[in-house]
Design a protein around this ligand. Structure first.
Ligand SMILES: [Zn+2]
Length: 577
């Protein structure tokens, strides 16, 4: 799934395509704890040679990429094939996310997933549309049993598209363990992506930890590096004293029209001994947000640069790490010279190496630790209460111990019904949401059902009024206050007007939006009967494709759009066809 537009990935790339069978270098063994079937699955597209716009596990906003993105020449409509025999085990239509997706369960214990589809094969499309009319809902998430839609290897199941949260036409493809639902690197299954290009190392960083928790105040230093084609070096030895952690920036390209993708594994050695290994073989979706602990999150927020740290926070639940010595943190205090080495590989085993020397100091100067806030252990639930705010952090919210800070600021002007409550700061990432209850200030009874919590940017965190407080579950730290949403969504007609003859048009099209709480539902009624309206959240476009349900002649139509605070806009119109 792609949460953020990734348009830049789909621009033409000048990497020369080197697809000659003999030129494919035999990749060295890459780290894997498991054996996977390598002959069961064919490619999901016929485009040759296959090229990726996104690799497995690459770093996206708030998550690791859960599959691989096949390029489709910036066009929609390529046939998508079942990669092996099996049955459609899940039919999914969403306003965003995958847009339209199919899941196939295979007898070998794996499930394949196909996302952002333009349209389904006819027999599947009929089943989906019937389900949507039966449930009176565009969004569906159905789990058919094995007998309803069996598929054969090589059967066309859909055509590739750009639906949902997609930044350009492509096919998102995943292979999951059917039982655990862990998603696995498809390149372990004989899905061949031509690649003899080693990863590129863009940057090396050192963090001076000295026994303190990593956070936005940790001193960070960029180390100059140079090199190419798998071989990198620093300009000079690095002088370090005390406890440090390292971080690295790396990307990878494949042959052909590859985008700039993520690397597969990162290893760090000190004097020939491994102290840190990460490898993106597989992960559980519930752990994907821990990417914010894996990377230097404060730097990512400030500069969008993804530095992968080579030291692991104690509350980081990712299982991509192995061979950790002291969580990857290194103490330099013996006055000796040490040889360190980063080894970065891609999913084909192409390797880049960065050796460097550290001259260790003799004495460790450790500044006294003065906590600036309330100590919140990462391995416990924590709470913070005053007379006008209650905050509860469930177990599993934090990656490290936190010196929690809080500040109350005056009520802002305008649509605000409480003081501003500053809950720590946005640079500390959270794994799950926390509960916040803010005391309402003179909120009239008639507005209680319209109240919600917003952050400093004025974006809704959801929430509801309960006994003098408004309660919500934000996913990030920040500043919060109570606002109300009394304004109904906006509807604008794109190609329809009162009395218009729509003959010759295949669709009627609208744009819809909401000012604050967000759109909860949309429903269209033709001559009083529910009809399917399809929605694309990224373009805010809502449409109905005319079919045999709309006969020639005059029709009345009404569009009803409701937001999360039950403010409703109706758009009645007459047209002929
Ligand atoms: Zn994708």
């Amino acid at each position: 799934m792609i949460n953020k537009p990734i348009q830049y990935k789909f621009k033409f790339s000048v990497t020369i395509c080197l697809l000659i069978a003999s030129s494919i270098v035999q990749a060295q063994q890459i780290f894997s704890n498991n054996k996977y079937p390598i002959t069961d699955f064919r490619q999901p597209l016929d485009i040759t040679p296959p090229a990726l716009a996104g690799s497995f596990g690459e770093i996206r906003g708030n998550h690791f990429h859960s599959g691989i993105d096949f390029r489709t020449n910036q066009r929609e409509g390529y046939p998508v094939y079942a990669v092996a025999d099996g049955y459609i085990s899940r039919l999914r239509v969403q306003n965003s996310g995958f847009g339209q997706a199919l899941y196939i369960n295979h007898p070998n214990g794996f499930t394949t997933v196909y996302g952002h589809l333009q349209r389904f094969a006819p027999k599947i499309a009929t089943i989906v549309k019937n389900l949507e009319y039966e449930k009176k809902s565009f969004e569906i998430d159905e789990f058919p049993d094995a007998t309803l839609i069996p598929v054969h290897k090589g059967e066309i199941i859909a055509w590739s598209g750009n639906r949902g949260s997609s930044g350009g036409p492509h096919l998102h493809f995943e292979i999951r363990d059917t039982k655990t639902e862990e998603t696995i690197n498809p390149q372990f299954f004989g899905i061949i992506i031509p690649d003899n290009i080693p990863p590129v190392i863009h940057g090396l960083y050192v963090y001076r930890l000295n026994g303190k928790t990593f956070n936005e105040n940790t001193p960070k230093q960029a180390i100059g590096i140079s090199g190419a084609n798998g071989s990198y070096k620093t300009a000079a030895p690095i002088n370090l004293a005390g406890e440090v952690g390292f971080g690295i920036v790396g990307t990878d390209r494949h042959n052909c029209l590859s985008g700039t993708n993520g690397v597969y594994s990162i290893q760090l050695e000190v004097d020939g001994k491994k102290v840190y290994t990460s490898a993106l073989e597989r992960f559980a979706f519930e752990n994907s947000k821990a990417i914010n602990s894996h990377i230097d999150y404060p730097t990512y927020l400030n500069t969008k640069r993804s530095i992968q740290k080579s030291f692991v926070e104690p509350g980081n639940p990712l299982k991509i790490y192995s061979g950790l010595v002291n969580s990857g943190k290194i103490n330099f205090s013996d006055g000796a010279s040490h040889q360190l080495r980063y080894i970065i590989t891609d999913s084909k085993g192409n390797t880049s190496i960065l050796p460097f020397t550290v001259n260790a100091g003799v004495a460790t100067i450790t500044a006294p630790v003065v906590p600036t806030g309330i100590v919140f252990p990462y391995n416990k639930a924590n709470e913070f209460n005053t007379e006008d705010i209650k905050v509860l952090f469930p177990l599993g919210t934090l990656y490290s111990v936190l010196n929690f800070t809080y500040k109350k600021l005056p009520k802002p002007a305008g649509n605000a019904w409480s003081a501003i409550h500053q809950i720590h700061n946005r640079y500390t990432p959270l794994h799950i949401g926390f509960e916040i209850s803010i005391k309402a200030d003179n909120l009239p009874e008639n507005l209680r059902s319209k109240a919600l919590i917003v952050n400093a940017n004025g974006s809704s965190q959801g929430g509801y009024y309960d006994n003098g407080f408004v309660k919500a579950t934000p996913r990030n730290f920040g500043s919060f206050y109570i606002a109300v949403d009394t304004i109904a969504p906006r509807i604008s007609a794109i190609n329809i007007a009162e009395g218009k003859n729509m003959a010759g048009l295949s669709k009627m099209i609208f744009k819809i939006s909401d000012n604050l709480s967000g759109i909860k539902s949309f429903n269209g009624y033709m001559d009083g009967k529910w009809i399917l309206m399809e929605f694309d959240a990224k373009t805010a476009t809502l449409w109905h494709s005319f079919d045999e349900r709309t006969a020639s002649g005059k029709h009345s139509f009404e569009l009803v759009v409701t937001d999360m605070k039950e403010n409703t806009r109706r758009y009645p119109i007459h047209f002929s066809k």
